[in-house]
Design a protein around this ligand. Structure first.
Ligand code: PLP
Length: 268
């Protein structure tokens, strides 16, 4: 693993950093293929939207692009960018002139079971709910305790992911992936305007489907609708798209779109 802290390899982090103390920051997880970070522009766009939303000045784009390339220069890997508001302020009160901290690290590719892409993955429902907060919705901020609690709900290695609802009972996402629902042959994805993350791979999958003439409807989704669904698809920056084969014991059809999409993704 290589870690650059404000551009310096292996440097330490101030224990008073607000990202560490309050989760006052943002992150991105990028897939690197042949030394090239996939959808880098879209990741930086979301980071920038999050920074604007939280009022954190973003480091110069060239610095981030350069450090992403240095963190995982060749082959297949994962790069993580963390930007925090840095040190300062009194208690929660943010400093007037923040000096953001950036941490860019490179990691080995995690290599899940290849059957996840072909045979599909088993899913379960999580009890932990997502709180609605439009000011934090869509962005990838550092507060992920809801996902941590949801992921702690099971340890069966055969179950790859858990689906999460918001506190009003609407289906939003999986613990670390976005969701597409195939019902009546049509694609629907839950809206992420009150909670959830606007995933980069969700954007890619949607653009790919729409390019093929298949509109994707983004709207509130009730949990009951998943009982009627033929198929479910999960997306994130590392996995691309996984078809689901089961939700809490109910069999689901492995959706053929995922194989086509993943093949397209390999060429990106
Ligand atoms: C809660 C949550 N939703 C959605 C996603 C998918 O986002 P992306 O496609 O940008 O990886 C992630 C990724 O880790 C996530 O943690």
């Amino acid at each position: 693993m290589r870690v650059f802290v404000d551009g310096r390899e292996g440097a330490g982090i101030d224990p008073a950093d607000r990202g560490l103390n309050y989760g006052d920051g943002l992150f991105e997880t990028l897939a690197v293929r042949d030394g090239r970070a996939r959808f880098l522009g879209w990741h930086l766009e979301r980071l920038s939207a999050g920074a604007a939303q939280l009022g954190i000045p973003l480091p110069a784009r060239e610095l981030l692009v350069d450090e992403v390339a240095r963190a995982w220069p060749q082959g297949r890997g994962v790069v993580r960018i963390v930007v925090t508001r840095g040190v300062g302020g009194r208690g929660y009160r943010p400093p007037g002139y923040p000096r953001p901290l950036r941490v860019v690290s490179g990691w080995e590719w995690p290599a899940p079971d290849p059957a996840c892409w072909t045979r599909g993955v088993r899913l379960r429902w999580c009890e932990t709910r997502l709180g609605r907060n439009p000011r934090l919705a869509g962005i990838k901020h550092l507060n992920r305790l809801e996902q941590v609690l949801a992921r702690a709900e099971w340890d069966d290695p055969e179950v790859a992911e858990g689906l999460m609802m918001d506190d009003g009972g609407r289906v939003i996402c999986a613990t670390q992936a976005n969701l597409f629902i195939v019902a009546g042959g049509r694609l629907v994805t839950p809206a992420v305007d009150a909670c959830g993350v606007a995933g980069v791979m969700r954007r890619a999958f949607r653009a790919w489907a729409e390019e093929r003439g298949e509109p994707v409807v983004e709207r509130a989704v009730a949990a009951g609708e998943l009982q009627e669904a033929e198929s479910l698809i999960l997306t994130n920056a590392l996995i691309g798209a996984w078809p689901a084969c089961e939700l809490d014991g109910r069999r689901l059809a492995v959706d053929a779109r995922t194989a086509d999409f993943n093949a397209w993704l390999e060429r990106q």
